[in-house]
Structures are given as C-alpha cells and as structure tokens.
Design a protein around this ligand. Structure first.
Ligand code: XIL
Length: 351
C-alpha cells in the first residue's frame, strides 16, 4: 500500500513538474531579447573551453551573443606547461582562431596565479637566475604568441589573500619576491606585447571591503614600482543575495585610478544565496537585481574605462559552479540557450 501511494505521489509530481516546465517554456519563448553584444555599448565577453567550440548549440550562441572570448582554463599554466617543461598551445590556438573567425576580441587569462605552480617550475632549484629566466621565457612565449590578437591579459590573478590581510605567499613570491614577481610579470608581458592592456585581477572585491582596500594598495605599489599595469579586473563571482549597493561601490572605488575596468568573470549563484532560502521566485528576483546593478554600475563608468564585461559562461549547465555539484543556475541563458529573466534584467540595467 505504501508502495502504491508513493507511486501515485511520484506520478502526480511528475505531471505537476511537466506542467510547470511547459509554463516556464512558454514564458521563455516570449522573451525576445537583442544579443548581449548589440545591446551593450561596450565589449561583452564569455569564457569557453576548446571542446565547447564543437558544441553545435553552444558555439552559435557564443558567436551571436558576445564580442570577446576568454579561455576558461586552457591558457593557465596547468594546461600550457607540461611536465617536461614544454609548452602546448593547441587549445588556446583553437579558441583564438574561433575569436578571429567570428570577429571577436580575444582576452588572455592568466599568466601568474598563486594557485598554479607547475612541477616543471618547482623543480628549478638551481638558483634565482635560472628561475628568473624560465619565468621571463614563459611570459614572453605565451604573450608573444598572441601578440597583436590578445587585447589584454590578466597578468597577475588573485594576489590578495582571502581576508585582505596581505599578499599571497606562493612559489613565485618565494623565488622572486612578494612584489618583485608581480612587477617582473608586468614588465615581461609588456616586453612581449607593447599594445595589450595588462591587468591585475581579483575576486570578492565587492563582498569584502577590506580586501578591496588591500587590492587598491597593491595597485598603488605596482604603479609606484613602475609596473606597466594598465587595467583592473574584478571577477564578480557573487550570489543572488548580494546586498544592494555593494557592486556599485566596488566599481566606483576601482575606477578611482582612472584605469580601464574589466568586470571579468561574472556569475550570480542561486545556491550560494543563503539569505534568500529556497524560494525560487525570490532567488531569481535577487539574481536579476544583482545583474541589473552590475550592468548599470559598469555603464556609468566613463567610456574609456569600460574595457569589457565578461560573463563566466552563457548557459547554466556549463558553469564552473556546476562541475562538481550540478543544480545552480548562475548565468544568463538556460540549458537550451534561451535567455532567462536575468538576461532581460542585465540588458535593462544598461545605460
Ligand atoms: C575556473 C574555471 O571556470 C574552471 O574551469 C577551472 O577548472 C578552475 O578555474 N577565478 C578565476 C578563474 O580567475 O580562472 C576561475 O575559473 C574561477 C575563479
């Protein structure tokens, strides 16, 4: 009997879900929006992995929606530097070619990241001179390869520790010095490409004002040391319960140096929005509000400071937030590539 009851319950809920799906589909079908790239008066980007360029639904969506492309991870050391120290560029070359073919800008991410310490570099214990040469050669090889195509580079990624108490300790800082390894990275990147805009990129700059202060102090220190730092990147991995005003405050503060700003990796998690509980309508409303605030704050920057606005993926299931534990819906398009209410909110926030 229990079995019978639960069976009916399952059938009932399946029917209810199907009806609900149809309603959502009917709503989605009526959402007619211009492509993000034509709605915005500044470059709009997304990230991609080489295998996704073969996805017959995703690649046309990317080509239609964005005007700038970032490799999601295949331009990081973990991909490029192989165990024997040789470098591989097959995936980044494919992404660069896709950008070229579709008339999009191409953005380099990322050269120096505390989180990536390839064994080929760790093994180099023959003293500072050999390490310094390997570091410089790496940056010259990677940046040089895309010279003339990459409009910019995240030269140093996530240099500030989580609490905003200082700079992260890593292989690069230990071997080359805490500030020195960053200054050198900017100088080497400049040597390899005189035109590309060179960025310092970090996260939680809206959530943790203390971290933002530390980030801005590092910007000052780098400029004072003569690093050719040309732009500031704020990743913007946030949640739907982000209090109103935080994003705008961060963008205003970052813009105070007058440098170009890259809103570089935006997503708005529903799952991490603990403050909104499990109410789907509230979560989606919160997500729309956060996307609208980001679009509005970015639009208000002087035109020369609006480097680009990059979404960290387009379709929800492709998001990195779903790799280990699917179920979040942090992006602007649903699994079928249809724009969500969040996309309408983002476009609505543009000025
Ligand atoms: C993430 C990518 O999305 C994943 O594919 C990868 O495995 C790990 O990194 N900050 C960054 C990005 O600067 O490089 C990260 O991207 C997300 C957080």
């Amino acid at each position: 009997m229990t079995g019978g009851l639960s069976r009916r319950a399952v059938v009932g809920s399946t029917l209810a879900l199907a009806a609900c799906d149809r309603t959502i589909e009917a709503q989605a079908a009526t959402l007619e929006l211009p492509p993000l790239r034509s709605a915005a008066p500044f470059p709009v980007g997304t990230c991609v992995q080489a295998f996704q360029l073969e996805d017959r639904a995703l690649s046309p969506l990317i080509a239609a929606q964005v005007s700038q492309l970032t490799a999601e991870w295949e331009m990081k050391m973990e991909y490029i530097v192989q165990d024997d120290g040789s470098l591989r560029f097959d995936a980044p070359d494919q992404i660069a070619a896709f950008a070229r073919t579709h008339g999009m800008r191409f953005f380099g991410h990322t050269l120096v990241w505390y989180a990536q310490e390839p064994p080929a570099f760790k093994r180099l214990d023959t003293g500072r001179i050999a390490f310094d040469a390997a570091y410089r050669n790496y940056i010259l090889a990677v940046v040089g390869r895309y010279r003339g195509q990459a409009v910019g580079w995240d030269v140093v990624n996530e240099a500030i520790d989580d609490e905003g108490d200082g700079w992260r300790d890593c292989l690069w800082s230990q071997r080359l010095g805490p500030l020195e390894h960053m200054v050198l990275a900017f100088q080497h990147a400049r040597e390899a490409d005189p035109e590309a805009v060179l960025f310092l990129n970090d996260y939680n700059l809206e959530n943790r004002p203390k971290k933002r202060v530390a980030f801005l102090k590092l910007v000052e220190a780098l400029l004072k040391a003569g690093a050719p730092l040309g732009g500031l990147g704020t990743q913007t991995h946030v949640a739907a319960d982000l209090p109103a005003g935080r994003l705008s405050a961060a963008i205003t503060d970052l813009a105070s140096f007058g440098l170009p700003i890259h809103l570089s990796e935006m997503d708005v998690s529903l799952r991490r929005a603990k403050g909104l509980g499990h109410d789907k309508a509230k979560l989606e409303a919160g997500q729309g509000r956060v996307y609208a605030e980001a679009a509005e704050a970015f639009s208000r920057l002087p035109a020369q400071q609006r480097f680009a606005f990059t979404h960290w993926g387009l379709r929800d299931p492709d998001s990195w937030l779903n790799y280990k534990d699917p179920g979040d819906a942090p992006l602007l398009f649903d699994r079928r590539g249809r724009p969500k209410a969040a996309a309408a909110a983002w476009i609505g926030g543009l000025r």
